[in-house]
Design a protein around this ligand. Structure first.
Ligand SMILES: Nc1ncnc2c1ncn2[C@@H]1O[C@H](COP(=O)(O)OP(=O)(O)OP(=O)(O)O)[C@@H](O)[C@H]1O
Ligand SMILES: [Mg+2]
Ligand SMILES: [Zn+2]
Length: 511
């Protein structure tokens, strides 16, 4: 007897269709699984056999062969426990049903209970795309997929239950799906911008960064509020669209860091890995090729506090994904491409003692110490940080003032408006915000008036700008114009954008 069971796998963050074929023939009793990598085969076989027997179901003492197709794709074993077991039960006659329009994912415990899997949402989205009518998933993965429409989702707890459902003895109860619009949450942070005194320029830089998705570097002495500012940034990030939320949830699901209770991830990610993090932790990899911090921060913020303290190779590894928005991870166990469209927010002191260039403290470092410290950030990396902003110590008068500062909610309103303008403008372009503009799109959407062009020309020489810096200034100016609701980029937008690119000269060149 031959049985075919539909299942799914994933590569990177995309799911794909897998067919589990189980054949039972006469001959010397055996149980072979082909199409899975080494150790996984053995484990899966043991779990399937024990689960069937412990569920008091018939396990044929015959020659059983299970084949997972396509054979050329790397598959992780645990997801296929349930489909393999169902294949054995179908081929052995225990289950009699037409399963051609259904698919199944789930790991089995030895006692026959169905356990959650990683990557459920990626596989589910693919099941919808493939046109399946129904998918059976582990109950544990229920919350994660609650927003996916277009397919009947049946959560199951154990083998006995699913056999009952398939044989028509138990009624299947498909899940109610939730509409995304009803779930959208405002982003939040435990620090509100109204609690940060002064720092008008830095706050404005944060607003521009959030509005256009630009990278930011903050430089300033200890205790000036850099970490505070970055933390507050999470509170002015616009809510995610459904597609963005889906991407983020897929990545977190595949990384195995999704909370069981967690449904779709609704808040933009804000990741702040410690400066001792390894390259693999940041960029991804490991024995099973998992996404790293840069992908976990996809569509959100990656905050690298104490930027120069990160190891040089770790920082350099950020260059390619920052430019491309995707990262290719190659390991012995395979290659995967993960999205890494992030807003990088970095903070640093200008020198080892922290007071170089500050208006309050006195710097005690010598020139070579400063040069060595700043040298940890390479030119190409610095170039990729769109906005550079100085965060100097706040004068006593401002710090002690009881004046009410603007709240995060007020800033968020402007950010959302600017994002809405961008979403409308880039409809059909496959991008959401100004930082993602490609060269061609930049020419099309960043019209600069004559006065503005004149300014750019002057500064291009004065700052001996690289082509990349030039590009970034225009994109930042685009965002500043959007915050104002202006159609084309004017002189004042460019002048403001230019001031966020002059700090590298103060520290890196003249220092
Ligand atoms: N502008 C400000 N308004 C109100 N409080 C501030 C401000 N700046 C700093 N503080 C206070 O100082 C503390 C330290 O700030 P923060 O940790 O952000 O400094 P930092 O710039 O990150 O310093 P370091 O370089 O040492 O990391 C904050 O927790 C806050 O209490
Ligand atoms: Mg800090
Ligand atoms: Zn110093």
């Amino acid at each position: 007897m031959l049985a075919k069971i539909n299942s799914l796998g994933f590569e990177g963050i995309e799911g794909y269709h897998v067919v589990v074929e189980v054949n039972i023939a006469n001959g010397i009793p055996a149980f072979d699984v082909v199409g899975l990598p080494g150790a996984t085969i053995k484990e899966s076989r043991e779990r399937v056999k024990a689960a069937i027997m412990n569920s008091k179901q018939f396990f044929p003492i015959k020659r059983i062969t299970a084949n997972l197709a396509p054979a050329d794709r790397k598959k992780e074993g645990a997801v296929y426990d349930l489909p393999i077991a169902l294949g054995v039960l179908c081929a052995g006659g225990t289950i009699q049903a037409d399963l051609s329009e259904s698919c199944f994912i789930g790991e089995l415990s030895l006692d026959g209970s169905v356990r959650g899997v990683v990557g459920a949402i990626a596989m589910l989205v693919e099941a919808v795309r493939q046109g399946f009518k129904r998918i059976y998933i582990p109950s544990e993965n229920k919350n994660e997929v609650s927003c996916v429409a277009g397919i009947e989702i049946v959560p199951v707890d154990n083998l006995v239950q699913i056999i009952g459902i398939l044989n028509g003895q138990i009624n299947a109860v498909p899940m109610e799906t939730v509409e995304y619009k009803k779930l959208i949450e405002k982003s939040e942070s435990n620090i509100d911008f109204c609690h940060i005194k002064g720092q008008f320029l830095a706050k404005r830089a944060m607003e521009i960064a959030a509005a256009g998705g630009h990278n930011v570097l903050m430089i300033g002495p200890p205790g000036s509020g850099k970490t505070m500012m970055a933390t507050a940034l999470a509170g002015i990030m616009p809510p995610m669209s459904f597609d963005e939320a889906l991407e983020v949830t897929k990545i977190h699901s595949i990384a195995g860091v999704l909370d069981k209770e967690q449904g779709l991830i609704l808040k933009r990610p804000f990741r702040s890995p410690h400066h001792t993090s390894s390259s693999i932790a940041l960029t991804g990899g490991g024995s099973k090729v998992r996404p790293g911090e840069i992908s976990l921060a996809h569509n959100g913020v990656l905050f690298l506090d104490e930027f120069p303290e990160f190891q040089r190779p770790v920082l350099e590894a950020l260059r390619q994904p920052l430019e491309d928005g995707v990262i290719t991870v190659s390991r012995a166990s395979g290659t995967a491409v993960f999205p890494s469209n992030i807003m990088l927010v970095a903070s640093m002191n200008p020198c080892p003692c922290g007071h170089f260039g500050s208006s309050t403290g006195q710097c005690t470092c010598n020139k070579s110490q400063i040069a060595r410290y700043l040298g940890r950030i390479s030119g190409p990396l610095l170039d990729r940080l769109d906005i550079h902003v100085e965060v100097d110590a706040v004068p006593f008068m401002q710090l002690s003032s009881s004046d009410m500062e603007e709240t995060s909610a007020e800033i968020l309103k402007r950010v959302e408006k600017a994002r809405e303008i961008q979403r409308e403008r880039y409809k059909g372009e496959g991008i959401f915000c100004n930082s993602q503009l490609g060269p061609e799109q930049k020419n099309k959407y960043c019209k600069i008036d004559d006065e503005g062009m004149e300014i750019l020309k002057q500064y291009f020489k004065k700052l001996s700008m690289s082509a990349r810096t030039y590009d970034r200034i225009i994109k930042i100016a685009r965002t500043i114009a959007d915050l104002e609701g202006a159609e084309s980029i004017a002189q004042q937008h460019l002048l403001e954008a230019l001031q966020y690119r002059t700090l590298d000269r103060k520290y890196w060149i003249n220092g």
